[in-house]
Design a protein around this ligand. Structure first.
Ligand SMILES: [Zn+2]
Length: 434
């Protein structure tokens, strides 16, 4: 409504102007040399307006001609940009679909149309990776790494390439540069832990590891590798406090305590670890300084005092009793271990030894043979086995040397099914109290 009113008012004003102009009296005379032209004022006014419009149009046309190259350049730029954007989209789709040839084609087109900007370089690098052309990928990542804004992207690609080549020194150097370019990135942190594990730099792995990482394993390995005794002791205590049930952590701590002359404290650590999760290496450490068989039996009893009915405790007492000539005690404990579910070769071999010791003149042959037959069909003895790939290791490592998984080694028998591979660490079922 307002608009309509405005148009009406404008039309009235124009009409009034035309009417006023038409009624203007007088004549305009223009004399140019000998030529004289005259017109009525209204006609002259309209001619003046037309002349102005013509001049204006000529000036605009001339300006347009002067600006033509720039306009054409801008138009071509916009067109390249639109085509480049389309090539980026197509390259992304091809990458997502895993079509290496198409991805390389469209990424190359994006690079030609858009120039070496981060998005085209990333696409060229990723397409080359997909096409298994590491040299081409690394060249594009290298160009990205030189861009101050996108350096992290380039370094990330170069780190991945170095890891694939298993060049740990190069990967570590690149990771340090990436940390400087983009401090505190979660991906980089996880990758640096992986690198530290691969290069067995346990102190670095421990320093970088988050709460979900196997920190006790890292600390135990770092403590064992430490050359400075006080640093070794500090790391070992940290490992033991993080997981008292991890035998290698307890052993590392106890060993450092023993080296510093604190034997009583070392044995206390071993007893605590045994109460959490018994392991034969703990018993070996605790009994290593005791020679006399009866004294070893007493030391074993002391060690298992807080966990006396565990099958490992039973097995240890049986072996110590047999060594001390206490065959009755030995049989009682060995049979309790077997009854408690420890159906392993070592138990039946020990029972065969006990049978032989009970009747030295050969009277126990039948019992010994029966035990040996059971040993043949019993489960294999426990060992350090990877919970991820199932590989067996002669000694404990903070990371599986087969699959590289950190903190995956468990003391156990071989897994019967793949589901068991992922089960938590176990050291054999506990015997119910008598
Ligand atoms: Zn493994």
């Amino acid at each position: 409504m307002r608009r309509l009113l405005a148009i009406l008012v404008l039309a009235l004003l124009v009409l009034a102007g035309v009417w006023w102009l038409g009624n203007l009296p007088g004549v305009v005379v223009v004399r140019l040399g000998d030529i004289t032209a005259s017109a009525r004022v209204p006609v002259a006014a309209i001619g003046l307006v037309l002349l102005f419009l013509l001049l204006y149009a000529i000036v605009r046309l001339l300006l347009g001609l002067v600006r033509l190259p720039r306009t054409l350049r801008r138009w071509r730029g916009l067109r390249r940009r639109a085509l480049g954007d389309r090539a980026v989209t197509r390259a992304l789709v091809a990458l997502a679909a895993g079509e290496a040839g198409d991805a390389r084609h469209h990424a190359g087109r994006a690079l030609r149309l858009l120039g070496p900007v981060p998005q085209s370089l990333v696409l060229v690098a990723e397409a080359a990776r997909l096409a298994a052309l590491p040299g081409e990928a690394e060249s594009a990542y290298g160009r990205l790494a030189a861009d101050p804004e996108a350096a992290f992207l380039g370094l990330r690609g170069l780190i991945r390439s170095a890891i694939e080549r298993e060049d740990w020194a190069q990967a570590n150097a690149l990771a340090a540069r990436a940390e400087a370019a983009h401090p505190g990135a979660a991906w980089l942190r996880a990758e640096r832990v992986r690198l530290a594990v691969r290069s067995q730099d346990w102190s670095a792995a421990l320093a970088l590891a988050g709460p979900e990482a196997p920190r006790a394993a890292f600390a135990a390995a770092a403590a064992t590798a430490a050359t400075d005794p006080s640093e070794g002791l500090r790391l070992a205590r940290r490992a033991f406090e993080a997981d008292p049930a991890l035998a290698p952590a307890a052993l590392a701590y106890a060993q450092r305590l023993r080296e510093s002359g604190r034997e009583g404290r070392a044995l206390k650590v071993i007893r605590r670890a045994w109460s959490e999760s018994p392991h034969p290496d703990l018993a070996e450490f605790a009994l290593s300084t005791v020679v006399e068989p009866l004294a070893r039996m007493r030391a074993a009893q002391e060690l298992v005092a807080e966990n006396p009915t565990h099958v490992e405790s039973r097995f240890l007492l049986a072996r110590a009793a047999l060594a001390a000539g206490l065959t009755g005690e030995a049989r009682r404990h060995a049979e309790a271990a077997a009854a408690g579910g420890l159906d392993q070769r070592r138990v039946w071999m020990l029972l065969a030894e006990i049978a032989d010791a009970e009747a030295p003149e050969g009277g126990g042959v039948a019992a010994s043979l029966a035990a040996l037959r059971r040993a043949a069909t019993a489960e294999p003895d426990p060992a350090w086995r990877c919970g991820v790939c199932g590989a067996e290791h002669a000694s404990w490592h903070a990371a599986c040397t087969n699959c590289g998984e950190a903190g995956s080694l468990n003391w156990r028998g071989p897994a019967r099914s793949s589901a068991e591979l992922l089960a938590p660490r176990l050291s054999g079922p506990a015997v119910q109290p008598e």
